[in-house]
Write a protein that binds this ligand. Structure first.
Ligand SMILES: [Zn+2]
Length: 71
């Protein structure tokens, strides 16, 4: 029986431990896990603060480049 392979599961994006689909925190590494992607890997959940910081640093860098070349 290949039931184990058909059982819905996702893999932790950090340590690749197999987890049930409804789990939101990895048992093994305690990282937050999101929904599985096309590869069956549970993706890192959307991090709003990280997203804002990334946009902010990009905007800051763009402004710096603009400032550098428009003096
Ligand atoms: Zn993990």
């Amino acid at each position: 029986m290949a039931a184990e392979f058909q059982e819905p599961s996702k893999k932790c994006w950090n340590c690749f431990v197999r987890l049930p689909l409804d789990v939101t925190v990895c048992y093994a590494c305690k990282k937050k896990v999101g929904d599985q992607n096309d590869h069956g890997i549970a993706e890192k959940p959307f991090d709003l603060l990280g997203y804002i910081l990334a946009i902010g640093s990009m905007a800051g860098f763009s402004y710096y480049m603009w400032w550098l070349f428009n003096k």
